[in-house]
Design a protein. Sequence first.
Length: 189
Amino acid sequence: MPWATLLVALAAVLSRAGPGWEDGLVLERAVASAQAWRFWTGHLVHVSSGHLGWNIAVFGAAGGWLEMLAPRAVRLYLLWAPPVIGAAIFAVDQEIGRYAGLSGIAAGLVVALALTQLTRREESRPLWAAVLGLVAVKILYETMSGSAVLTEGFRPVPTAHIAGGIAGCILFGFIARRRRSLADLPPVG
């Protein structure tokens, strides 16, 4: 059961439930050092229902699938990736004053899932290679155009998706290392 993915998705949905909740949760440069929790909660906040819907769809599908394959690794990722991605956004993009959304975390989960699946099933390699290609094309398009691919009304933050992709590669490294260490064990029985 991918309970951690479900819990984060539920928290993201609930963050839109109360008027004004976003202001106390969004990752905001001006207060982030004094209110460190925002490095986690900022990823739960979304600027619109469409923004939330697409992020939940991608996050839920990739996160749920990967959590069933590698529960411990994904649960740890959900703890360390949000502040790392938030810090990367502020370090790289000095113009960003506020950040909201699960897309960076979701990008990492998609990358890790695709890399994991590339190593698991030979017949589905073209599909998962295409998924990685689509992630790269989306990031490139949003970087070049300054427009989001699936939603409107805000400026995308490609730095979040790039940092998420790098975090996804790290997550995949943990998953692959764990699988190799399990494969080295003698059979039981």
